[in-house]
Design a protein around this ligand. Structure first.
Ligand code: HGY
Ligand code: MN
Ligand code: MN
Length: 389
């Protein structure tokens, strides 16, 4: 592979990192001005690679390399271009740009493939803007709910729906966002499954009041109730996170009357995730009755654990074995658009080592050699898939 492909991908990640809604840090949310600029920038790179570029009704970006056979199925490769707040450079974009580099490598080699290829930049994997994830991939898969459509300002995104039989497979390259590959001193690894995930908006409502004249006894302080709940989340036994806490009215001399918080629960087992979810809901009910508060509990999003396709993952393992000193396969605690794509077609994922497993943080970092390896693995995976098609 041309040695500079990985370098080019890293330079593109740097350039894309400067496209943000929040100067001084990387933040790109669903259909924001920065996301629109990001699609233009990455769309230009796709065009330079000789792909036909388009954007669907859900603002997913596509670069297409059509096969000579118009009736062929399509292999979809890619990841997401949106980010969390104050993100790193690689969660999402690296997977899109590695896919583009692998396709560009094959296109310039002159190989003819028995399937179309599309490189996709999904528009909303993180779900930061509306607190409901996968808007782009769920639009493509026809999995949007009435609640989603009522929640979002943009109208008509359901028109992005693609036909189920259209796709041969989906493969996503992503940073591991964990410590396993680094601990094994490996550059790439194979994903076996994607964790079960629930996102809830929890609101505690009490009585605002004067901090200086309201006796402690008898206060209905919403933030103290929320604080009790947050420590229960910390000790819930699975991966539980409260990432957003909004205190109302939010003045130092006013007893908090209302607190809205986010709850994020993950586990590899749906049953365990469901059980802890119910337990925390019951615990919140007990807190509010003891403190004479009221509770609203809105389940915004739940995604079952999704296994990667066995045959496709076996193929990915075989290709990784030709590039790595050992093949490590692991489940993903993080969610990915691949979890949605699995409802449409077989999916596989490849992880790239990231320093100290750090992600959802500006310190996210990868090694050029690992990126180069992932481009080679993905391009060889595509050729191996063509040989089996
Ligand atoms: O939150 C996640 O697991 C992913 O980064 N969206
Ligand atoms: Mn992420
Ligand atoms: Mn991601």
């Amino acid at each position: 592979m041309k040695p500079n492909s990985a370098k080019k991908v890293l330079v593109q990640c740097d350039e894309l990192a400067a496209v943000t809604d929040e100067p001084g840090r990387i933040t790109r949310t669903f259909h924001s001005p920065a996301m629109q600029r990001a699609n233009k920038l990455v769309g230009g790179w796709m065009r330079q690679a000789g792909l036909a570029v388009s954007e669907d009704a859900a603002f997913n970006l596509f670069g297409r390399w059509s096969s000579a056979n118009p009736k062929a199925k399509t292999l979809l490769l890619g990841s997401h271009l949106d980010t969390v707040r104050d993100a790193g450079k690689y969660d999402g974009p690296l997977g899109v740009l590695v896919a583009l580099a692998a396709v560009e490598k094959l296109k310039t080699s002159g190989v003819a493939l028995p399937f179309h290829i599309e490189v996709v930049g999904f528009s909303d994997e993180e779900g930061v803007r509306y607190q409901t994830t996968y808007l782009g991939s769920r639009a493509l898969a026809g999995k949007l709910t009435k609640a989603d459509l009522a929640l979002i300002e943009e109208k008509g995104i359901e028109k992005a729906r693609r036909k189920a039989g259209e796709f041969l497979a989906y493969a996503e390259v992503h940073i591991e966002q964990g410590p396993v590959l680094e601990s094994r001193n490996l550059g790439v690894g194979v994903v076996t499954a994607i964790a079960s995930q629930k996102r809830v908006k929890v609101t505690f409502t009490g009585q605002a009041g004067h901090a200086g004249t309201t006796p402690m006894h008898g206060r209905r302080d919403a933030l103290c109730g929320a604080a009790e709940f947050i420590t229960a989340v910390e000790n819930c036994g699975i991966l539980g996170t409260v990432g957003i806490v909004e205190v109302h009215p939010g003045a130092s001399n006013v007893i908090p009357g209302k607190v809205e918080l986010s709850l994020d629960l993950r586990d590899q087992s749906d049953a365990v995730c469901d059980r802890i979810y119910r337990r925390l809901h019951e615990h919140a009910d007990r807190i509010v009755s003891r403190r004479q508060l009221t509770l609203t509990w809105d389940l915004l999003q739940e995604t079952d654990a999704v296994p990667c396709d066995k045959a496709l993952t076996k193929l990915m393992r075989r290709v990784v074995a030709a590039h790595e000193t050992a093949v490590v396969a692991m489940p993903s605690g993080a969610g990915h658009d691949a979890a949605v794509m699995a409802s449409l077609c077989p999916m596989a994922m490849l992880f790239i080592r990231c320093k100290d497993g750090i992600s959802h943080h500006p310190a996210e970092s990868v090694q050029a050699a690992d990126v180069a390896k992932s481009i080679d693995v993905l391009s060889d995976f595509i050729v191996a898939l063509a040989a089996t098609s």
